[in-house]
Design a protein around this ligand. Structure first.
Ligand SMILES: Nc1ncnc2c1ncn2[C@@H]1O[C@H](COP(=O)(O)OP(=O)(O)OP(=O)(O)O)[C@@H](O)[C@H]1O
Ligand SMILES: [Mg+2]
Length: 579
């Protein structure tokens, strides 16, 4: 019931159109009810009485009624579609807007296909329910009531007899409706499963081919496909059973009426025209009951969809502005962690007791083995996750006390996994600052050592780079991502393995440009290659979520700890390869 009320809230802005549409639907339905009455009049007043004037009146009446019916039909279809489509647009927008606000952890704990099916399948199910079902429900309800009124008018005893069968039919619908609802919920889930697998395997097509896992994937897909088939058949079977059962009950009712009605005509209590009209009304009556039950199934399905859509809308983002959050003023770039501990999953600390201070303009390098927690530190500065203990400050302001927007606007990140959008090179760099001029975009590309290779591409900055930048090499993607971050012109820049896919020469060029750019900015540079970080003001060496050493290059080499060991290994390796 709450679901209905919430959906109604979306319909409220269009309530006038709904009222007119419902009026049109009722008028269309009433016009259909006119047909049996015409047949009764023709049999009793024209054919039996041989009345020419009456024939003319009826002929004109039929033409007028059907003209009006057509007009109302246009009104009902057009208006209901309008309202339905508008509500869907509003709902889809609300859903997408909300998804954009949800935290990273929400997306990490769900499959892409599931999220996509909210916006496509579920919203579409709601649209069908709102446009087609509302028309059908109101039409059939009007025909049901109108037919009953006409039937009582014709012969009330006969009508009561007819109504004995109705509760039986209603009972059958109720039993099946419940099972149908459960079956259709399973069906929707199975469809989402298929979408998920499809999504995942298309994205990972390279991995599948390189492991020669086509057959394995086909097997996996077939399994889901078959589950989907089973779920579909379960629903189909229920629907298939529902119809004949209702029709059989209706047939029994009709037979009883013909038998009793025939006796009344023979006894002179009813005209033949009236009995025929009555029978047509009864047959008409079985249609609404059948269709209402079908609509009931659709509505159950739509309600399951509405439930999922509203569940998304009701999910609060984990990370959001604290009440009374202030705008972070333009920062100088001092970043400090004080006793910070953090865990992605409860009981598995990713960071423990991290304390670090970066003064404005300093370059902080973070090194350490894979899984040590380097990227995690990078994730915490823009508050992608909230920490459980400790405090992170920027210019001595707790980042939990400022708005996310003002915080993230002043931080630039190049992520470890480069993500670009399907579009041109220019559009991708411009993403860093939508108001940047052509010259600024080119300057950023030059700083990222990307300008030259961009000009070498067929259409230069207007070249389309394919989905997720598929037409670029790993190093080219990274350089465009760096240009995008540079264009943002942030006071705090975080580069997570941002030059890992570049050769030594390109890396040196990018570093040189960055060094110039970094003047007066705070930079966090995460790198496996220690040659990248030697000039850093502070090098933090991390292991298993802790900072195990810190200092500059010379001091750390002298200390003979983890850093000097890592350095030794890399130095020897490069020594061997250069020979
Ligand atoms: N989104 C996440 N959800 C759950 N656990 C995560 C998540 N991201 C990272 N972890 C875990 O946190 C720990 C630290 O990961 P992190 O990505 O910070 O390592 P890293 O030092 O950046 O490693 P690499 O050098 O391989 O990039 C790892 O044990 C990892 O499994
Ligand atoms: Mg990492």
């Amino acid at each position: 019931m709450n679901l209905y009320l919430r959906l109604l809230r979306y319909i409220r802005p269009y309530v006038l159109r709904v009222v007119i549409a419902v009026f049109c639907i009722i008028m269309t339905a009433l016009a259909s009810l006119y047909v049996p009455w015409v047949i009764k009049d023709i049999i009793d007043d024209v054919l039996t009485a041989k009345n020419m004037t009456m024939l003319n009146i009826i002929a004109v009446g039929v033409v007028v009624v059907f003209f009006l019916r057509g007009t109302f039909f246009y009104g009902q279809t057009y208006l209901m579609s309008y309202v339905g489509q508008r509500v869907i647009i509003d709902l889809r927008e609300a859903l997408y807007r909300h998804l954009q606000r949800l935290s990273l952890s929400y997306f990490e704990s769900r499959r892409i296909g599931t999220i996509m099916s909210y916006i496509t399948n579920d919203v579409a199910a709601l649209q069908t329910a709102m446009v087609e079902n509302v028309i059908e429900l109101v039409t059939e309800a009007a025909i049901l009531i109108g037919s009953l009124v006409a039937m009582f008018y014709i012969h009330w005893k006969l009508t009561l007899l007819t109504l004995v069968t109705l509760p039986m039919v209603a009972q059958a619908i109720a039993v099946f409706g419940k099972r149908l609802r459960a079956a259709s919920a399973v069906m929707q889930e199975r469809i989402a499963d298929i979408t998920s697998i499809l999504q995942e395997t298309v994205l990972a097509v390279r991995v599948i081919k390189s492991f020669v896992r086509e057959d394995y994937e086909i097997e996996r897909f077939n399994r889901e496909n078959y589950h989907n088939f089973q779920a579909q058949m379960k629903t189909a079977q229920l629907l298939a059973m529902l119809t004949p059962i209702i029709e059989f009950l209706a047939a029994i009712g009709v037979t009883v009426i013909i038998w009793y009605g025939g006796r009344e005509v023979i006894g002179g209590n009813l005209t033949s025209g009236a009995l025929i009209a009555f029978l047509i009304y009864v047959v008409n009556l079985s249609n609404p009951i059948k269709r209402l039950s079908r609509s009931y199934g659709y509505i159950q399905r739509a309600m399951a969809a509405a439930q999922r859509v509203f569940d998304v809308l009701d999910t609060e983002p984990d990370i959001k502005d604290a009440p009374g959050a202030i705008e972070l003023p333009a920062i100088k770039g001092a970043v400090a962690f004080s006793n910070v501990s953090f865990e992605y999953k409860h009981g598995e600390p990713a960071l423990s007791e991290i304390t670090l201070t970066a003064r404005p303009g300093q370059v902080i390098a973070i090194v350490g083995p894979s899984g040590a927690g380097k990227s995690t530190i990078a994730n915490l500065i823009p508050r992608f996750y909230d920490i459980s203990t400790g405090i992170i400050t920027i210019d001595d302001i707790d980042i939990k006390k400022v708005t996310l927007e003002s915080l993230r606007r002043q931080i630039g990140i190049v992520h470890q996994e480069t993500m670009l959008f399907n579009g041109t090179v220019h559009e991708n760099i411009l993403y860093g600052n939508l108001n940047a001029s052509e010259e600024e975009v080119i300057a950023a590309a030059k700083a990222a050592n990307a300008h030259k290779f961009i000009l070498d591409m067929p259409e230069g900055y207007a070249t389309h780079i394919g989905e997720r930048g598929a037409k670029l090499s790993g190093g080219q993607k990274q350089r465009i991502a760096i240009a995008r971050a540079i264009l943002k012109n942030p006071r705090v820049l975080i580069l997570d393995e941002a030059t890992s896919a570049l050769d030594a020469e390109s890396e040196a060029l990018v570093k040189e440009a960055l060094d110039k750019l970094m003047a007066g900015r705070t930079a966090f540079i995460i790198a496996h290659r220690l040659s990248t970080v030697q000039q850093a003001d502070i090098i933090l060496v991390m292991d298993k979520g802790r900072i195990v050493e810190q200092g500059n290059h010379a001091a750390l080499v002298k200390a003979c700890g983890l850093y000097s060991k890592l350095y030794q290994v890399q130095f020897e390796a490069s020594d061997v390869s250069s020979k």
